[in-house]
Every structure is written in structure tokens, then in C-alpha cells.
Design a protein around this ligand. Structure first.
Ligand code: UD1
Ligand code: UDP
Length: 364
């Protein structure tokens, strides 16, 4: 069997990290195509190094742009690649524009799409990722779900159960396979902080960054937090933070460049609590037993609310500080969701091996 594995943005690299060795061990040829949606050293290359991911066979250089420009450019370049290579299937992960572009380009060439992290739903169609998730799942021949609620969502949307496999959360496996590697590293000290004496924050979603009033509320909460806040800043967020009055001299907040995956795991592990709007960070905080406050109107990671590792608050100063206060007094005892373990990639391999017939294509 020959797949092409699509990556484009930061969370994609982490998701394929544990998958590629499992595919290789099963004799499945799975070269990588990198769309180039993310391209900075700190947003792309560092993850290939940290996770020992083989270099992409194809670099498509798509870069930044509006949603249509980015998705359309990626579709055009991927269509050419798929038409030439004719893989047995295209494997996409997550919910970024590169995921959608690859699913559309492959489906129109009648090449089966396999979607890892299928079925997550926030119910919020103003999120670009929700659009990407819905369309990708409708186009996929095989849907690999991270949680039980994702399986339920897919059933509700009319997707046949035979195409859905509950494999668990690949982010959990990535974490479990790497966290030991940073057991002796305490990178918060490089920023003048001690373990459990700081809050880690990441904010990059347009619903927060692109609304000055909401970003001002987030900024106020971070600057008034009872512990210093360390904030690795996504490149899209930094100029917007400056307009919200947050910069390198703001009291209580230390802005740093985006960090690599291994450093991020150690920073998450050692934080007293995490404030975020990231999907992956909500999951990692659950795995690492660091209480999380999610600044969003909704989440597709419902399971983290259910188990009690995470709390959802709007972009409101008082709500964020209230959520943080609750997080800081959490007993950190919650059950991990089912199949958030180190066997996820193996289940993906088994689903692929058992589903070869299903991957026969879409028919004429
Ligand atoms: C994308 C995903 C989002 C994911 C995030 C992970 C979509 C619709 N969004 O959002 O789901 O959570 O990645 O990080 O796919 N930029 C750089 N350097 C880079 C990459 C981006 O400076 O290497 C800047 C550019 O100004 C660019 C902006 O960030 O315009 C946004 O990048 P883009 O890939 O469009 O979306 P993200 O906000 O990163
Ligand atoms: N991450 C990282 N360095 C950072 C910020 C995030 O390595 O400075 C990792 C984080 O640990 C998680 C992934 O990036 O594994 C999440 O990606 P992001 O928040 O960009 O996207 P999302 O998950 O929201 O789509």
C-alpha cells in the first residue's frame, strides 16, 4: 500500500510524528508532502528535528494568504502531485486549510482520503477549522476518530459506521513517546521562572486575536494573573498583541518566540496552569495533569471538559481570572479519556490494513 501523508501546519507535524514509524514498520510506503502553510523555522523545521520526522519528499511552498488563496493554491499543487503519483490513498490529519485542500484535491481525483482526527465538532461554523472538519469528513473514505463523542458526531452526520474507526488520540501518543525525553529539562528557568510558579499561555485563534475588544480582555486578565505568565507567541498574534498594548515591557507577561515541541511539553508540564485557545494544548494539558482554562466560545475537545481537566471561559477578563483561580486550586485528579494512549498509531495501521477494500475508491 502506498499513501501520501499531508502536512502543512504546526499541529500536523506533531500528529504524524508517531504515525510514520508505525506505517514504516507495517511496510506501508508513506512519503510526506508538506504544503508549506507554515514555513518559519520555529513553526515547521523545529518539529521535524524534535520528532525525528523524515524530510518531506515534496515541498509545495504554498505559504500564507487568505483562506481561498491558501486552500486554492494548495489544491492546485496537490492535484498535480496526486495525478502524477496516483497513491492508493491520501492521509490527512487535523483541521487546517492544508487538510481540507488535500481532501478536496484527492476526492476529485477519486483517490480515497483517510482522515486522522475525524469527527471533532465545536458546532461553531464561524471557525475556519469547523468548516474544514465538516467537509474533510464528508469526503473521507476512512475516518479515524480520537474520542467517543467524535464517533457519535460522525454517526449523526450520516457517515456509515463501517468507515469509522475509534483509534484514540494521536496527540496523546506523541506526548507519551516524547515526554520522557524532557524529564531532566526545566526550560522555564531559561525565562527566569520556577516550576509551578508560572502560568503558560498561548493565544492564536482569530476569534480572540482579530477582535481588539476580546484581545484587550485577554491581555488584562494575563497582566492581572496571580502568577507571572509565560507566553510563546504565534507569529500571527504578536503584532495584534502590540495593538492591544501588550509588548515586551508589559508587567507580569513574558512574551517569547514560539518554542519547539519538546520545550513546549516541558513548559506545559511545569506550569501551575495553562490559559489557551489551542486545540492541541487543551489535550496536552489533560495528559500532563496541568489544569487548563480555554478562552473560547466553544470547543471541539469536549472530552477535556467532561473529564475535568479543562474549563471553558469567554474572552472576558473576570471570566478568565475566575477560571484561572479555579484551575490553580484543582486537585489535578481526573481520568484520561479512553484510548488516549501509546497504541494509537498501531490502531491506525490495523484500520488501514483491514480497510484496504474500503479504500478501493469512490466508484464511477
Ligand atoms: C493555522 C490553522 C489553525 C491552527 C494553527 C496552528 C487554518 C485555517 N488555521 O492557523 O487551525 O490552529 O495554524 O498553529 O488552517 N505566519 C508566519 N509564519 C509561519 C506561518 C504563519 O509568520 O510559518 C503568519 C502569517 O502572517 C500568516 C499568519 O501567521 O498570515 C496565519 O497563518 P495561517 O497558516 O494562515 O493560519 P494560522 O493562524 O497559523
Ligand atoms: N506548540 C509548540 N510550541 C508553541 C506552541 C504550541 O510546540 O510555541 C505545540 C503544542 O504543544 C501542540 C501544538 O503545537 O502540540 C498545537 O498547535 P497549535 O496550538 O498551533 O494549533 P491547534 O492545536 O490549536 O490547531
Amino acid at each position: 500500500m502506498r499513501l501520501i501523508v499531508i502536512v502543512g501546519a504546526r499541529p500536523n507535524f506533531i500528529k504524524v510524528g508517531p504515525l510514520l514509524p508505525a506505517l514504516a514498520a507495517a511496510g506501508i510506503d508513506a512519503p510526506i508532502a508538506h504544503t508549506g502553510q507554515h514555513y518559519d523555522q520555529a513553526m515547521s523545521d523545529v518539529f521535524f528535528a524534535d520528532l525525528h520526522i523524515q524530510p518531506p519528499k515534496w515541498l509545495l511552498g504554498v505559504g500564507s494568504g487568505t483562506h481561498a488563496v491558501q486552500t486554492g493554491t494548495a489544491m492546485m499543487r496537490l492535484e498535480e502531485l496526486f495525478a502524477e503519483e496516483r497513491p492508493d490513498a491520501v492521509l490527512v490529519v487535523g483541521d487546517v486549510n492544508s487538510t481540507l485542500a488535500a481532501a478536496l484535491a484527492a476526492a476529485k481525483l477519486q483517490i480515497p482520503v483517510v482522515h486522522l482526527e475525524a469527527g471533532l465538532r465545536s458546532g461553531d461554523m464561524s471557525m475556519p477549522e469547523e468548516v474544514n472538519r465538516l467537509v474533510t469528513d464528508q469526503l473521507s473514505a476512512m475516518l479515524l476518530a480520537p474520542t467517543e463523542d467524535a464517533v457519535t458526531n460522525l454517526g449523526r452526520e450520516g457517515i456509515e459506521a463501517s468507515r469509522v474507526h475509534f483509534v484514540g488520540n494521536i496527540m496523546a501518543e506523541a506526548l507519551l513517546r516524547n515526554v520522557e525525553r524532557v524529564r531532566d529539562r526545566v526550560p522555564c528557568r531559561d525565562h527566569g521562572l520556577e516550576p509551578v510558579e508560572y502560568v503558560l499561555a498561548t493565544i492564536h485563534r482569530p476569534e480572540n486575536t482579530d477582535h481588539p475588544d476580546r484581545l484587550a480582555h485577554v491581555a488584562a486578565a494575563l497582566s492581572e494573573a496571580p502568577l507571572p505568565v509565560l507566553m510563546p507567541v504565534h507569529p500571527r498574534t504578536r503584532p495584534l498583541l502590540a495593538t492591544a498594548g501588550i509588548g515586551d515591557g508589559t508587567p507580569n507577561i513574558r512574551l517569547i518566540d514560539p518554542v519547539g515541541y519538546l520545550e513546549m511539553l516541558a513548559l506545559e508540564r511545569d506550569a501551575a496552569a495553562i490559559i489557551t485557545d489551542s486545540g492541541g494544548v487543551q489535550e496536552e494539558s489533560c495528559m500532563l495533569r496541568t489544569p487548563c482554562v480555554t478562552v473560547r466560545r466553544n470547543t471541539e475537545r469536549w472530552v477535556t471538559l467532561d473529564v475535568g481537566s479543562n474549563r471553558l471561559v469567554g474572552a472576558d477578563r473576570d471570566a478568565i481570572l475566575g477560571g484561572l483561580s479555579e484551575a490553580l486550586t484543582s486537585d489535578r485528579r481526573w481520568d484520561l479519556p479512553p484510548l488516549w494512549d501509546d497504541r494509537v498509531a498501531q490502531r491506525v495501521v490495523e484500520a488501514l490494513q483491514g480497510g484496504i477494500a474500503l479504500l478501493g475508491g469512490y466508484g464511477e
